[in-house]
Ligand binder design. Structure first.
Ligand code: P53
Length: 480
């Protein structure tokens, strides 16, 4: 590698998740997943978690952008942009519709065989998340989600089936998408989508959150270990939402408070990449009197199942202030205690604070901490796009956002020496927003004609950013 360039094998690509693009929610023997019971919302209007699929609600994930039927055409467009990899997830409910079966659903397995073959046809590496907010609804109703230890075995069984089946097709895996979102337990959607648990419904919500997490940490470690036995070439990562929490000021109280607040991020990497619970969390549990149930060999399991790399999403930074430490807003994005608006950065229409330098800062902070390869598996700009009379979509704002972030990413790799595997912008094709359920919050290089009221032809078209990103990849990031 020349010192001025990104590595030649750098994995440029794009990212989505099964439930946000596939649709076909009841096709091919698929079971109901937790995102099939989420209504549509908007900025400031929460999605409703309904008790099963009910009449009178609209469920945007049921159809999404119908990638289930259109994946061949969509992958051809990814190939046209020059993708080296494509990140998506396997919908657990296509493989085990209820989650607690012994035998998998062959039609679901075949679907992903075909999908991966289509990618490999163009030399696009699949990068696969095992659990991206789409656990079987049955496991929530019957078992209470991940708070129940039995779910560990169901997940390990599912993971074993798919890792064995696709061992010759998929090399890059991740266990749980944004496992740390549920740390914001005040906001029901996060606990529900990460784990199928609404923490506020438990007498001690925070303790329930840590117990739930413990089960996922153990499951993640078991899957990493098992995956390496199935195919020693596998690279299995953890996946965190990395929103750095800056100190509001250089007042020592703010700096100390920001360090404490960052434990809301660090805990997850500390356990999954180092293999043990850090001292600060053990002290917190002792101080609060929390009893987290663990089995005798769990500590050994965590040590033996350290993830190979840190996959992460980066969209924004946040700031925290010691004096505001008791304000928990319960807000989806800035819901942490002490969160305050940063006056030095702009925000998107949805209030996500735009901070490209924060990406370089994050890459360095986490590389210094773990010394393991990193992979930016989500980054992007959710915006309303306008189709011109001539059909063009001039998304210069999206190009500007990605350009600025890629420039900082290059500094982190080239000037700072961070070991970075690749970059997959989020929602490379327009898809259903996770937090709001909207179609109108778009991220794609590829526009999909689909709207919040459910109308639209589902036709695909190339935005201005499509040609721009194609040139970025072709020049390995030289031309941005
Ligand atoms: P939407 C918070 C902070 C960073 C990333 O989100 C986040 C969140 C919300 O959990 O989520 C990721 O569609 C998530 C994707 C999601 C994407 O961000 O609400 O992994 O599933 O679509 C963008 O704009």
């Amino acid at each position: 590698m020349s010192e001025q360039q990104l590595p030649q094998d750098f994995l440029w690509g794009g990212a989505v998740a099964a439930h946000q693009v596939e649709g076909g929610w009841d096709q091919g023997g698929k079971g109901i997943s937790i995102c099939d019971v989420l209504s549509g919302g908007a900025h400031g209007v929460d999605r409703v978690i309904t008790d099963g699929v009910l009449p009178g609600y609209s469920y945007p994930n049921h159809q999404a952008v119908d990638f289930y039927s259109n994946y061949k055409q969509d992958i051809a467009l990814f190939a046209e942009m020059g993708f080296k990899c494509f990140r998506t997830s396997i919908a657990w409910t296509r493989i085990f519709p209820d989650g607690d079966e012994q035998q998998p659903n062959e039609a679901g397995l075949q679907f992903y065989d075909d999908l991966f073959d289509e990618l490999l046809k163009y030399n696009i590496e699949p990068v696969i998340t095992l659990s991206h907010f789409e656990m079987p609804y049955h496991l929530v109703k019957e078992y209470g989600g991940w708070l129940n230890r039995k779910v560990v075995d169901f997940f390990v069984h599912y993971s074993e089936v798919v890792m064995k089946r696709y061992q010759a097709k998929v090399k890059y895996w991740m266990t749980f998408n944004e496992i740390n979102n549920q740390r914001n337990w005040q906001y029901p959607l996060f606990g529900y989508c990460c784990s199928g648990v609404i923490f506020n419904q438990h007498p001690n919500p925070e303790q329930a959150m840590y117990q739930t997490l413990h089960h996922q940490f153990v499951a993640s470690a078991k899957v990493v270990k098992l995956g390496h036995q199935i195919n020693p070439q596998f690279k299995i990562g953890c996946m965190l939402a990395l929103v750095p929490l800056y100190p509001w000021s250089c007042h020592p109280d703010d700096v100390m408070f920001a360090q404490e607040a960052m434990r809301e991020r660090h805990l997850f990497g500390d356990v999954q990449l180092r293999g043990y619970y850090p001292s600060y969390i053990l002290s917190e549990w002792a101080r609060k009197g929390y009893q987290i149930e663990m089995e005798a060999d769990d500590q050994q399991t965590l040590l033996e199942g350290c993830a190979d790399y840190l996959g992460f999403s980066y969209y924004m930074s946040n700031a925290v202030q010691a004096a505001a430490r008791d304000n928990a807003t319960g807000d989806a994005i800035a819901g942490f205690n002490g969160s305050v608006k940063n006056p030095h950065v702009q925000a998107s229409e949805w209030g996500w604070q735009i901070d490209p330098v924060g990406l370089r800062y994050t890459l360095n902070a986490f590389y210094e901490r773990y010394q393991k390869p990193m992979f930016i598996v989500e980054n992007g700009f959710g915006a309303v796009d306008r189709v011109e009379a001539n059909g063009e979509i001039n998304d210069d704002y999206r190009i500007a956002y990605l350009q600025a972030h890629i420039a900082q990413m290059k500094k982190a790799v080239i000037e700072d020496g961070v070991d970075l595997m690749g970059y997959t912008p989020w929602g490379c094709i327009d898809c259903v927003s996770f937090t709001t359920g909207q179609y109108s919050k778009r991220y794609g290089f590829i526009y999909v004609d689909k709207h919040d009221d459910g109308s639209g032809s589902l036709a695909r078209s190339r935005k201005k950013s499509f040609a721009w990103y194609k040139a970025v990849i072709a020049s390995n990031g030289e031309k941005i």
